[in-house]
Design a binder for this molecule. Structure first.
Ligand code: C2E
Ligand code: MG
Ligand code: MG
Length: 554
């Protein structure tokens, strides 16, 4: 092979290579192979004499210019690197470029190759996204939290700087999810993520750890007051309403905050401390934030209580209390509400406000309700055999139980077991069941009515139910919430509302009960308004069944 044949061989190889090749002299291409034409969209003649920076993406232009300059001057620089380029159609592509300074016919030039790595880069980015981001909200996920929180902690230790871990929990999220469905729950999660994101700064890290649990790590702050201001801003942002299927919601957050190094030196402890602080916020009435307090023994007691609760149920420590419901016109007993109490072996009798949130969080609420229903039936049986049964027992049905897949068949089983006693049971449902035109809920209620159960809407007026839905549901009784009754003697608005609800209830053929009646004047006003039934401390507080029997049945 002669010299000409030899160089022709190399020319053909380079020309048809799947690897791109180029030579740059004086900042311009003096040779490009076909691959570069294909990648850039420019023709060979357009490329020759063109400055290569022309199609480098602006993000990488300064870096490439500096690198070329260093190569020409023979200074130390990276031989190969990855950059973004933009083709003639505006598509962004990723290339791995390599180049060295060589001598060509006595002139210094840069000769190199490149490979198109666009597909691979996009695939890697996609995988990174799947691994590190939450697919619903687009926020970082727990996997990324595990890795990155450790990195941030190490950095803070090294720099002797501080960290804050904020833990958020959406108040009553389970209720929203249970009553409106998972799709609505998802919308609430996405919107909450967005509203919080808008307030955060670029240096803050925001994660969704799962469910309705969100965490922010702040690694750039000077004092606690800065954290307080940020937290208040987040709470304020949440005040704007969230729209779900034409319903608008106001949600709130319970927030727990722990600080490094004061409240822990490992991520695990910091998370635990934030969790305890979050429980404190819930216990203090939700929609607030708390910093972890070392001496807050009461918070860790809540966690302790959570463990106790499982065993308490097993050990049969739940007790049914009864509170009388009295006919306004005749002052006779017409019903009693079954209210749960926990006879804690050390802490004494606990009221639901202390342990119902635990029952809900641990998924035991529906079980608690079933225990209460069984107890109520047993009492009815006892009163029946004693010939004292001429009133209903109302049992509270949580949304967790109402939306339980087997709710109807469970209630049917009770009905089969206890027969005619079924018609003495009034199921107290929450107003949220009326909040959406829920044909599923309606079907269940129809079936329950058909087999003999009565149904009431509890705490009426506290939700956003529509009267239209009320008409369609198979309800017997409306229980007006205590908050409207409280000031009925002083507040004209409350009085007007109660009057309207009673009139509306009657026009729909429902019986109306007023909750939380404590004073005689309230009884007088309600009597005047033609309210049917009264429940409240005015007549009696909830009491153990044996005492109830003595006071009200003998
Ligand atoms: P609720 O169903 O609206 O029950 C009425 C609550 O008001 C009871 O509180 C009762 O003690 C209280 N109350 C009654 N009359 C008066 C009054 O005149 N003044 C005042 N200030 N309060 C009065 P309790 O027993 O602490 O129960 C609180 C809530 O816990 C109940 O509200 C109900 O939502 C829930 N709950 C109670 N037992 C159960 C249960 O077995 N299952 C479920 N799912 N929830 C239950
Ligand atoms: Mg109730
Ligand atoms: Mg109530």
């Amino acid at each position: 092979m002669n010299k000409i044949q030899e160089s022709e061989k190399y020319r053909l190889m380079v020309e048809n290579s799947i690897v791109g090749a180029y030579i740059i002299e004086d900042g311009k291409f003096v040779y490009v192979n076909r691959r570069l034409e294909q990648l850039s969209g420019y023709t060979n003649s357009e490329l020759l004499n063109m400055n290569p920076l022309t199609f480098v993406h602006e993000d990488d232009r300064a870096f490439v210019a500096e690198n070329l300059q260093k190569k020409i001057l023979g200074e130390e620089c990276e031989r190969d690197f990855c950059v973004k380029v933009v083709d003639t159609d505006g598509n962004v592509k990723y290339v791995h470029v390599d180049g060295i300074q060589v001598e060509l016919d006595g002139r210094k030039v840069i000769a190199g190759t490149f490979i198109d790595i666009t597909e691979k880069t996009i695939a890697v980015k996609k995988i990174e996204k799947l691994v590190n981001y939450d697919s619903l909200t687009g926020l970082y996920n727990r996997h990324y939290f595990n890795i990155h929180s450790e990195y941030l902690l190490k950095k803070a230790q090294r720099d002797q700087s501080r960290l804050a871990v904020l833990l958020f929990d959406i108040d009553n999220f389970k209720r929203i999810n249970d009553s409106l469905g998972h799709k609505a729950g998802d919308i609430v999660l996405v919107q909450t993520g967005k509203l919080i994101s808008d307030v955060l700064r670029d240096s803050d890290y925001f994660f969704r750890l799962g469910g309705d649990e969100f965490t922010v790590i702040i690694n750039d702050f000077k004092s606690e007051s800065e954290i307080k201001i940020l937290t208040k801003r987040i709470q304020k942002a949440l005040r704007s309403s969230i729209e779900v299927d034409e319903l608008s919601f106001h949600i709130s957050l319970s927030i727990g905050i722990s600080l490094f190094p004061e409240h822990g030196t490992s991520m695990e402890t910091l998370q635990k401390s934030a969790d305890i602080a979050m429980y404190q916020s819930k216990k203090d009435g939700k929609n607030r934030f708390s910093f972890f307090a070392q001496d807050s023994g009461s918070s860790s007691k809540i966690l302790e209580l959570e463990n106790d609760f499982y065993e308490g149920i097993e050990r049969g420590e739940l007790e049914l209390y009864l509170q009388p419901q009295v006919d306004v016109a005749t002052s006779r007993l017409v019903g009693a509400e079954a209210l749960v109490r926990w006879n804690h072996p050390e802490k004494g009798v606990l009221t639901p406000n202390i342990f119902l949130p635990l029952a809900q969080d641990t998924g035991l609420l529906y079980k608690l309700d079933l225990i209460m229903i069984d107890k109520a039936y047993n009492l009815l049986k006892e009163y029946d055999t004693q010939g004292k049964l001429n009133f209903t027992i109302s049992v509270n049905i949580s949304n967790a139980l109402f939306h339980h897949q087997r709710f109807f068949s469970i209630m049917q089983k009770f009905q089969k077991k206890y027969g005619h006693l079924c018609k003495y049971i009034m199921l107290e449902l929450t107003e949220e069941i009326l909040m959406v035109d829920n044909s599923h809920a309606n079907k269940i209620m129809k079936s329950l009515k058909l087999i003999g159960y009565k149904m009431a809407i509890d705490d009426f007026g506290t939700g956003y139910s529509s009267f239209g839905n009320l008409k369609m549901m198979e309800i017997n009784e409306l229980k007006i919430d205590r908050s409207f009754i409280k000031d009925i003697g002083k507040n004209e608005n409350d009085k007007a509302i109660v009057k309207a609800v009673i009139a509306m209830g009657h026009s729909l053929g429902l019986s109306v009960l007023a909750e939380g009646v404590e004073e005689k004047c309230q009884v007088e006003i309600l009597k005047e308004m033609d309210c049917d039934t009264i429940q409240g401390f005015y007549f009696d507080k909830p009491m153990p069944a044996a005492l109830f029997s003595k006071c009200w049945l003998d």
